[in-house]
Design a protein. Structure first.
Length: 367
């Protein structure tokens, strides 16, 4: 067998394996025979644990295979074909889902707004809502927020409330794409002391797509309806779209594994810490420009094309994301100190000689 190269992926947090907590739960769930299609105890337990986490006993929860399905099906449940969804220019539902939200809603239009650092603004949202109100234009029905954003930033609770107030004032439902929700939760806990409930349903969010895949799970996302009335017949959408897992326990058991002792949040905290350290080193040691201060687990750094090409040749994988020089380095639950050290050594060898101030990387314990 050819030896697999582990050098190295900063391309995305979905290149990792399954975290130990999810793996152990999968192994335990693999024992014996259990009812199918979500009628098993693992699924009931996972739903109850998510309700407890969000302090919302009446929330309705559904497990699907990936984020595109979670987003597109939940948006479709909130819209008719003549409606529109407002989101950021860089929102995943606009740029990276192959038209799935439009497809599953039978034609709902996506309307985009600009905003610095990947964040929508109340004024930008209001402008789109009020742009037209005649019958010839798709009526805005949903505001979609990404938390954390595609630019590696996290909306504050105050920012979310300001946006949802505009939405509610004009009868728009609020959807949150939480593919990296754990990273946002870790960031907001640190800087605000906010709980998951504080910046979701208490702040006006109606539906959350709670990401598991990018936080150490294998093909499992949870769609959380904080208003159970909005979940009406959602199970039929899942079935029709091929998202009703026959052996549902293998999706839901992973959530039990990561939720029972807080591993989901620790993994987010660790990935965020790795990104902050990496960003600080790139700026302080090499004088490189960051597109935004790392708030979660992503670092956006400006590298000249020949530098990024040289790093790719050395086996490092990362995406060119914004313009010719904007590169995204994504840390994850399993990013280690040695990964950062090796990247910095290689980068120092390919960058043009400059006068550096030597910086010794501090050690951050893996959690």
């Amino acid at each position: 067998m050819t030896e697999l190269s582990h050098q190295h992926h900063f391309s995305s947090d979905n290149t990792t394996g399954i975290c130990p907590e999810a793996w152990a739960a999968l192994s335990e769930a693999n024992q014996g025979r259990l009812p199918s299609y979500g009628s098993d105890d693992w699924t009931r337990q996972a739903c109850d644990m998510i309700r407890e986490l969000f302090e919302k006993p009446d929330a309705e929860i559904f497990f699907v295979f990936n984020g595109t399905a979670a987003n597109s099906l939940s948006l479709a449940s909130l819209c008719q074909s003549y409606h529109s969804v407002i989101c950021h220019d860089y929102a995943h539902v606009e740029t990276d889902e192959c038209g799935a939200p439009e497809f599953f809603s039978n034609g709902t239009k996506i309307l985009t707004s600009k905003g610095e650092s990947g964040k929508l603004t109340p004024s930008g949202v209001l402008e789109l809502i009020k742009k037209r109100s005649d019958i010839h234009y798709p009526k805005p029905r949903v505001l979609s927020l990404t938390q954390s954003t595609e630019w590696g930033t996290a909306y504050s609770t105050v920012e979310i409330k300001a946006l949802t107030e505009v939405a509610k004032a004009h009868e728009l439902a609020v959807h949150m794409d939480g593919a990296r929700f754990a990273n946002a939760a870790a960031a907001l806990k640190e800087r605000e002391g906010a709980s998951p409930a504080d910046f979701t349903w208490r702040a006006g969010v109606d539906v959350l797509c709670f990401g598991g895949t990018k936080n150490g799970m294998n093909t499992s996302e949870a769609v959380v309806f904080f208003d159970p009335a909005m979940a009406r017949e959602f199970e039929y959408r899942c079935k029709q779209a091929g998202q009703l897992a026959s052996k549902m326990r293998f999706l839901s058991s992973q959530w039990v594994g990561v939720l029972k002792d807080g591993a989901w949040l620790r993994h987010g905290e660790h990935a965020n810490a790795m990104a902050r350290q990496l960003g600080q080193t790139l700026r302080d040691r090499f004088g490189l420009e960051l597109a935004a201060e790392p708030e979660v687990n992503a670092v956006f750094v400006h590298l000249e094309p020949e530098i990024s090409a040289a790093m790719h040749q050395r086996g490092w994988h990362f995406y060119n994301f914004i313009g010719a020089t904007g590169n995204r380095l994504m840390c994850s639950w399993d990013t280690q100190q040695e990964d950062l050290d090796r990247f910095i050594v290689d980068l120092g060898e390919v960058l043009p000689p400059v006068s550096y101030t030597h910086l010794t990387l501090p050690t951050i314990c893996s959690v």
